[in-house]
Design a protein around this ligand. Structure first.
Ligand code: PLP
Length: 396
């Protein structure tokens, strides 16, 4: 099989809903991947921030093999040990008391929206249905998460979307104060907007959102699908601000690249999901949760410190790009989730050139390049990637 052959077959049989790069990946090891023609790449997008502990991580592989020798799936008609173990680990690391597992980010957000609405109903406030969301946010592609996504381009042609979502500017506290009323169920936001182009919140914003929510009786819901599980140098991005939400969604890097999503919440909220109110057939799958347990162990066993250390190196290298080329305007982000902002509409061309040179990154729109390498990335790989990126910018 060669890249071209697979691309040709894919074009005939797959929905054409992705802008897939013209290569087929067949193998990965750490930060490196190889395509079907045998070409090697430094993978600085890591399955869009999912391959958190590196491709073919030996410890995760062991955990997966061990679990596949025991039990692959059971559904939630029965308890399975890895699911309970993962919940214990996650709640020890944050504000939450309980976990619900699903399979993706959008599902975790659907569960979170349903939980918030039902919580107000259970307290005798069915009128509190409105979820205040952020412009340019991204929460997923199912109808509820899509309704909460503040990017109309993703919503076009899919109406009617569920009602009860309104939008304010991310970072604008005044707008938020005006929007949160007695009809507000919750404020839903990402601590750092990933799909909007890696945009961080102004200092003090999350804390102010927390205070406003508490004051007005609205819930604070954080979408940490992209920012959670060590990506920003803390286990969860909101921990940089010292605030605690009422609930949080996770997915992407949680199981090192296997499909898993999670909703974490306080006891008070979690108890409104009584038996039968919400469910997922595959949610909490033993293989995925066994992998996730190992991911958490690795993060706690020194990987978080590593992320903090190497992200400074990456930040410094990217921050130097504008001096080297007028085509780069700035760089931004947190930890190992970084955006390089171009001064011209060249992002897709830079991505293609970088790929030719052996570096995988991804474009958000025409102006921003996103870098989200495996958290295990080494300093020398960062230096190599920065060099290739500078060449790609120059040659695009
Ligand atoms: N929320 C955020 C912040 C995301 O970045 C994404 C995916 O990019 C999602 C939700 C949706 O996740 P999934 O594609 O797993 O449904």
């Amino acid at each position: 099989m060669a890249n071209e052959d697979l691309a040709e077959r894919a074009q005939k049989v797959l929905f054409q809903n992705y802008r897939t790069q013209p290569i087929a990946l067949v193998r990965g090891q750490g930060t490196s991947v190889w395509d079907a023609d045998g070409k090697k790449y430094l993978d600085f997008i890591g399955g869009i921030a999912t391959v958190s502990v590196g491709h073919a991580n030996p410890q995760v592989r062991e955990a997966v093999i061990e679990q596949t020798q025991l039990l692959w799936h059971a559904s939630n008609l029965y308890f399975t040990e890895p699911q309970v173990r993962l919940a214990e680990k996650l709640i020890r690391l944050c504000f939450a008391d309980r976990a619900f597992f699903c399979n993706s980010g959008t599902e975790a957000n659907e569960a979170m929206i349903k939980l918030a609405r039902r919580w107000h109903v259970s307290r005798g406030h069915p009128e509190r249905i409105e979820i205040v969301c952020m412009n340019n946010s991204f929460h997923g592609r199912t109808l509820g998460s899509l309704a909460a996504t503040g990017q109309p381009k993703y919503q076009q042609g899919f109406g009617p979307l569920p009602a009860g979502f309104r939008f304010v500017e991310f970072g604008d506290l005044k707008q938020l104060e005006d929007a949160v009323t007695d009809a507000t169920c919750a404020v839903l936001l990402e601590p750092l907007q990933g799909e909007a182009g890696v945009i961080t919140a102004p200092a003090g914003y999350l804390k102010a959102v927390r205070e406003l929510c508490t004051r007005r009786g609205a819930l604070m819901l954080l979408d940490e699908v992209q920012t959670g599980m060590g990506r920003t140098g803390k286990m969860f991005a909101h921990q940089h601000s010292g605030v605690e939400p009422d609930a949080m969604s996770l997915a992407k890097g949680i199981a090192g690249g296997l499909p898993l999503g999670a909703l974490l919440a306080t006891d008070e909220l979690a108890k409104v999901f009584t038996p039968g109110t919400h469910a997922s057939t595959f949610g909490g799958n033993p293989v995925a949760t066994a992998a996730a347990c190992m991911v958490v162990d690795l993060l706690e066993g020194g990987l978080l410190d590593h992320v903090r250390r190497v992200s400074e190196v990456l930040q410094a290298r990217l921050a130097a790009l504008p001096q080297a080329s007028p085509r780069v305007a700035s760089e931004r982000g947190l930890g190992l989730l970084r955006g390089v902002v171009l001064a011209e509409d060249l992002a897709p061309q830079v991505v293609a050139k970088a790929r030719e040179l052996g570096l995988l990154v991804n474009a958000i729109g025409d102006r921003v390049l996103r870098l989200a390498p495996p958290l295990t990335v080494s300093e020398s790989e960062i230096h190599e990637a920065a060099k290739l990126l500078a060449q790609a910018v120059a040659q695009a």
